[in-house]
Structure formats: C-alpha cells, structure tokens
Design a protein around this ligand. Structure first.
Ligand SMILES: Cc1cc2nc3c(=O)[nH]c(=O)nc-3n(C[C@H](O)[C@H](O)[C@H](O)COP(=O)(O)O)c2cc1C
Length: 428
C-alpha cells in the first residue's frame, strides 16, 4: 500500500498534528476506511462512448487520480435514466446495462487503494435543449439563464408515478454500481439537478406530499436514500451531495440545509458533501445571485462548520480549495474531508506532492470573460478538456486556451448530441 495511505509519520520539520490530519484515515459510519482526507470531487467528464457506456478513457483518467494519491474518488455524474441526460456525453447506468466497461473503470480507479464512488444523478430541468427531451421537474419552472436560456429544455412536471419510478431508478443504478465493483455511490442532491429542484422552494411549487415545507421538499431525497440503502450491502457506502444554499433570493437556504442534514442523520448515510448553487447561480464556482459573498477559498466552510455541529455522519466540503494550508484549516473546523475538483484536474499529483512535503499550490485556469455565464461555461470546457487529455494518457495543459476549449466543446457536444438523439430513439 502507498505511504500516502498510512498515518503520516512524525516529521520534525513540519507541524506534525496538521500533517497527520490530512493524511490520516477516516472511518465512516458503516466501517469503511477512506485512506486519507482528500477527495477527487465529481467532475462530469463527457466521456461516454456509444450507447452512453463508459469510454476506456474514463478508466485511464481515474487511474491517474488514483496514482496521484487521493483517498476518495467520486466519478462524474452518471445518469440513472437513458431518457434524462444533463449533457450528451453523460454515462448512463440502469438495470440490465452490460457492466463490462463499468467493471474496468472501477478496477482502474481502485488500483491504488482509494475508495471509488459513483455519483448518481437525474438532471431534472437542467437538461440541454439539443438532446430533444423535456426537462422532467417538480414544477414547470424554466431555467433562467438570461439570453442563454434557450440552451436548456422546457420543463414538464412529474406525476406521482413518475416520481416513484425515478426513486426506484436511483436504487437500481446503485445496485448496478455495487455489482460493477464501485465501493459506494454518491446521490447528487446539489447544483440544481432534480433532487435539488425538489429541495428548493423556487423550483418546487407543488402542494402535494412532495412540496411545501422542508419535510415535504426533502421527501424525494430521503426516499431515494432509503431505496438505495435497501438495495445495497451495508458495507457499500452511500453519500449525499447537497447545497449549503442555492444562493438565489427565496431559495433553499442554510436553515433548510441544516434541517435536511438532521433528517439524514438517521438514514444510513455515510458522508454528506456540501457544495452550493445551480446553473442559474454557480456558487460552486464562487458566483452567487443573492448578493452574498463567498469566502475566497473554501467557499462553503462557514456553512460546513455549522452543519458539522448537527451532523452525525462525517461532512466534506468542496469548492475553492487549492492550497494545503486551506485544506488543513478546513479539517480543523470540524469538517472530516476536503473535496477538490478543479485543482486536481489541473494537477492530479497534488496529494502526492503534499504528502512528500513539496510546497506546491493547486492552480485554477485563468478565465477572463466578462459575461459570467460564458466564464462559467469556459471553466467547465477547460477542465473537461484536461480530464479528456488524462483519458488519452496525456498530462493536463497548464495554459489551455479558454476560447479554444469553448469552441472545441461546442463542436464535440454537437456531435455527441446527434449520436445520443439517434440512440435514445431506441430507448423510448
Ligand atoms: C468540468 C466540471 C464538471 C463537474 N461535474 C460535476 C458533477 O458531475 N457532479 C458534481 O456534483 N459536481 C460537478 N462539478 C462541481 C465540482 O464537483 C465542485 O463542486 C466544484 O468544481 C467546486 O470545486 P473546485 O473549486 O475544487 O473546482 C463539476 C465541476 C467541473 C469543473
């Protein structure tokens, strides 16, 4: 086993207590041990091959993250329904899907001792119009991206039977992930996707048992967790990613998040990851739409500190973390594990460097677009390009051009959407 995954030996030249903290194991409620406190956060890779199955590049890419020394790898979101994708490059896993390529993916990602969880998701209304599907949502509230709104499909409200079927799909996909060799799943309930839409009073206008006060808005999440937990072994981990807030006026707020975590306390969840925002207010990239300012680094740390006080499971926070000092500071605040996305896509060996005492900081790509929506798109495009390079066995590019990455991304997505539309006709 890699030395990264042992308790760090006392190093006289470094503050031993903090070093031991970041590279010490974390024991989860189900007894699973995460070898250290650094998570590779979920990043949609846009690397589905034909039939929305994992392309071999996913295994190679996660093999690089594994070698780089993270303790927990969470895959980019995998969709639970072939007729509900967020983007055309999304992988789909459902009952009956052939597991061959999923097994190869899990095996490569587990090759260095990290825990490897599949993030499972339903996009709800956040689905691209180019895919030719409605956005199935709690209520018919369209995504507002200003002059870019027509990129997103029109929403349709789900009925009771459809809600039940989607909850069952979360369970079916989790069982398949377990059969493929992943060590857990993370249910995506953040970033404005379907479960987050149920949680938010801005997008959930229902007056049945699925809408209204927070107990009702959280019902979808709790039922999905309970269906997933019942479908898998106890030693298979179940995590949940939620927003600490929507960062939109009148949206899901910090008090709601506290209530949801209290409700999750008795649900058999092994880890809660805190993030924030949605397509409309990309707080996960440090932008808000309610006038609130996020910390410059570790955006959601204040929320995570408060939530840790009521949570009976370990808490992880993701967003804006790229320096070792910041990661260590997060751990001193009652948070058990730090999630890192962008900085690891730019340098997958960051944990290895930190464990060897190298004074190395993670970097974020320089994006200079004034239009916030375009800046957000460009960030995603640059990072996905890095992930795809890793899939091809190449190193990430230190100075990837934002404009080139956006154009490349648009062209790729056009091709992938055409391929998906013809495949999805056979799935209906
Ligand atoms: C290219 C890209 C794809 C992402 N895809 C996902 C995803 O599939 N699921 C998810 O929960 N978050 C996703 N995120 C958000 C990250 O997990 C993370 O919450 C966010 O980037 C903030 O962390 P960071 O500042 O370390 O990048 C994605 C981020 C990027 C850059």
């Amino acid at each position: 086993m890699n030395t990264l995954f042992k308790d760090a030996p006392a190093d006289p030249s470094a503050p031993a207590s903090t070093a031991a903290e970041l590279f010490s194991p974390l024991v989860l409620p189900n007894g699973t041990v995460i070898p250290n406190r650094i998570e590779k956060a979920a990043m949609a890779e846009s690397l589905a091959g034909p039939g929305q199955l994992p392309d071999a590049r996913l295994a190679r890419m996660d093999g690089s993250f594994a070698r780089g020394g993270v303790g927990l790898i969470i895959t980019g979101n995998v969709m639970i329904d072939p007729l509900a994708l967020g983007s055309a490059g999304d992988v789909v896993l459902q009952k009956g899907t052939d597991l061959t390529t999923f097994k190869a993916w899990a095996k490569a990602a587990r090759s260095h001792g990290a825990q490897v969880w599949m993030q499972i998701n339903h996009p709800g209304r956040q689905t691209m119009a180019a895919l030719g599907q409605p956005g199935w949502a709690p209520s018919e509230v369209a995504v507002d991206l200003g002059r870019h709104s027509n990129l997103i499909a029109k929403p349709k409200a789900l009925n009771e039977m459809q809600i039940r079927q989607i909850i069952q799909r979360f369970a079916d996909t989790a069982r398949q992930a377990e059969a493929a060799g992943f060590t857990g799943v993370e249910i995506h309930a953040a970033h404005g996707y379907l479960i987050s839409q149920f949680l938010s009073p801005l997008t959930n206008l229902r007056n049945d048992q699925w809408g209204g006060h927070i107990e009702n808005r959280a019902r979808f999440l709790l039922e999905a967790v309970s269906a997933v937990r019942a479908a898998v072994r106890r030693d298979f981990c179940v995590g949940v990613k939620i927003n600490s807030a929507d960062f939109q006026r009148g949206g899901f707020d910090a008090d709601d998040a506290l209530e949801v975590v209290k409700m999750l306390n008795s649900s058999g969840v092994d880890l809660v990851e805190l993030s924030g925002g949605s397509y409309e207010a990309p707080a996960m990239q440090g932008q808000t739409r309610d006038g609130r300012t996020l910390a410059r680094e570790a955006y959601f740390l204040d929320f995570a500190r408060d939530i840790s006080k009521v949570a009976e499971m370990p808490i992880m926070t993701t967003g804006g973390i790229r320096r070792r000092e910041v990661a260590e500071n997060v751990l001193t605040q009652g948070v058990s594990i730090v999630g890192i996305a962008t900085a690891l896509a730019m340098e997958p060996n960051l944990p290895l460097a930190w464990s060897e005492g190298e004074p190395k900081d993670g970097v974020f790509p320089a994006i200079k677009f004034k239009d916030k929506m375009l800046a957000s798109l460009a960030h995603m495009a640059v990072i996905q390009r890095q992930l795809q390079r890793m899939g091809d066995g190449q190193r990430p590019l230190a100075d990837a051009s934002a404009i080139f990455s956006v154009i490349r991304d648009q062209l790729r997505n056009k091709f992938l959407a055409r391929r998906y539309r013809s495949w999805s006709k056979q799935q209906a």
